[in-house]
Design a protein around this ligand. Structure first.
Ligand code: NAD
Ligand code: DAO
Ligand code: ZN
Ligand code: ZN
Length: 368
């Protein structure tokens, strides 16, 4: 079949809208009509050329929601008409990683996904007979996609696609880092570095966890109002204080119990670690730093009890946890609508990248 898709031909170039050929689902695969997709910073990172795993030409996008159109042989858990969110972190429930219960990083299809291919080592997308790569196993900048069954979370049918799509990455990454990775407890003090599409969700996760002080740190003063709306109790603009680490330590009587780095800046990662409390502070890295970047601190920071950790997709097991997060949204336990700042048509997708670059959007969502 043909599908309309935004194709990334090479790093640093705008996407172009094409009628792409899409081969049908093979064994264990599912054809999905994507109804809406968010544009995340990670798509920008790959398009910029900074992503060492970035392949071109490719169809980017990893924050989508849609409807199952057709299932391939042996697909048991889904049928046409089901509403789904594609998962860049699948959940096979059979591999060593899934069975460990210690991580959400299912490895069942990792090798081929990292090479822009389906699990059988081929691409379903092509144009004029030439293969176009999949991206993060999802490629939600295409109106129709083929994905493995293990990379689809089935969600309730009354969830609006233009909001649910954000749960495919940003919402789950931010809230999950607090609830699933850090397991922040009631009364904890939390510092959040970077109040974009991820950091604001960390803030609402901290509020859900019953945190006491929730300190937001951002160079963009316009992020303060939205941060407060999501539960932030204190705001620090690093350009307005002498030392951001000391500012957090002063506000928290010795340091934050938890901090989250939601930018991808290694200097800020160090600040986030060093502003946590001696003896027990935990700092969670969420931001993706540029290729080859390294982090540093004085080892004594760790000797004296601080812990440096990371979180991918909020530590969420997609097929199990994503439907629950959709329920939280539908039950009014979490807020998404104020973070969707722009709704675009597929033809306007490059505008979404420009808005992100200018710091003018939290989330732009493309509706097909
Ligand atoms: P964003 O661009 O929307 O937000 C970043 C925020 O950081 C902005 O508000 C910006 O003003 C602020 N900022 C920039 N430099 C700063 C500094 N030095 N000090 C304080 N604030 C600063 O980005 P996002 O969509 O929220 O994504 C954040 C990061 O998370 C990115 O690196 C993205 O690739 C990564 N990410 C990680 C995962 C994961 O699973 N670990 C998932 C999705 C995204
Ligand atoms: O298992 O090695 C692996 C791959 C894990 C991928 C986790 C991705 C999280 C960070 C990238 C940001 C995604 C939007
Ligand atoms: Zn993302
Ligand atoms: Zn697995």
């Amino acid at each position: 079949m043909k599908t309309r898709a935004a194709v990334a031909w090479q790093a640093g170039q705008p996407l172009t809208i094409e009628e792409v050929d899409l081969a049908g689902p093979r064994t264990g695969e599912v054809l999905v009509e994507i109804k809406a997709t968010g544009i995340c910073h990670t798509d920008y990172y790959t398009l910029s050329g900074a992503d060492p795993e970035g392949l071109f030409p490719a169809i980017l996008g990893h924050e989508g929601a849609g409807i199952v159109v057709e299932v391939g042989a042996d697909v048991k858990s889904l049928r046409p008409g089901d509403h789904v969110i594609p998962l860049y972190t699948p959940e096979c429930r059979e591999c060593k990683f899934c069975l460990s219960r210690k991580t959400n990083l299912c490895q069942a299809i990792r090798a081929t996904q990292g090479r822009g291919l389906m699990p059988d080592g081929t691409s379903r997308f092509s144009l004029d007979g030439k293969a176009i790569m999949h991206y993060m196993g999802t490629s939600t900048f295409s109106n129709y996609i083929v994905v493995p069954e293990i990379a689809l979370a089935k969600i309730r049918e009354d969830a609006p696609f233009d909001k649910a799509c954000y749960i495919g990455c940003g919402v789950t990454t931010g809230i999950g880092a607090v609830l699933f990775t850090a397991k922040v407890e009631v009364g904890a003090n939390v510092a959040v570095f970077g109040l974009g599409g991820i950091g604001l969700n960390v803030i609402q996760g901290a509020r859900m966890a019953g945190a006491d002080k929730i300190i937001g740190i951002d160079l963009n003063p316009e992020r303060e109002a939205l941060g407060r709306q999501f539960g932030m109790t204190h705001f620090i603009d690093p350009s307005q204080v002498e030392n951001v680490v000391d500012a957090v330590i002063q506000l928290t009587d010795g340091g934050a119990d938890y901090s989250f780095e939601c930018i991808g800046n290694t200097t800020v990662m160090r600040q986030a670690l060093e502003c946590t409390h001696k003896g027990w502070g935990r700092s969670i890295i969420i931001g993706v730093a540029k290729a080859g970047a390294e982090i540093s601190t004085r080892p004594f920071q760790l000797v004296t009890g601080r812990k440096w950790e990371g979180s991918a997709f909020g530590g969420a097991r997609g097929r199990s946890d994503v439907p629950r997060i959709v329920d939280w949204y539908m039950d009014g336990k979490i807020s998404i609508d104020p973070l969707i700042t722009h709704i675009l048509k597929l033809e306007e997708i490059n505008e979404g990248f420009k808005l992100m670059e200018a710091g003018e959007s939290i989330r732009s969502v493309v509706v097909f």
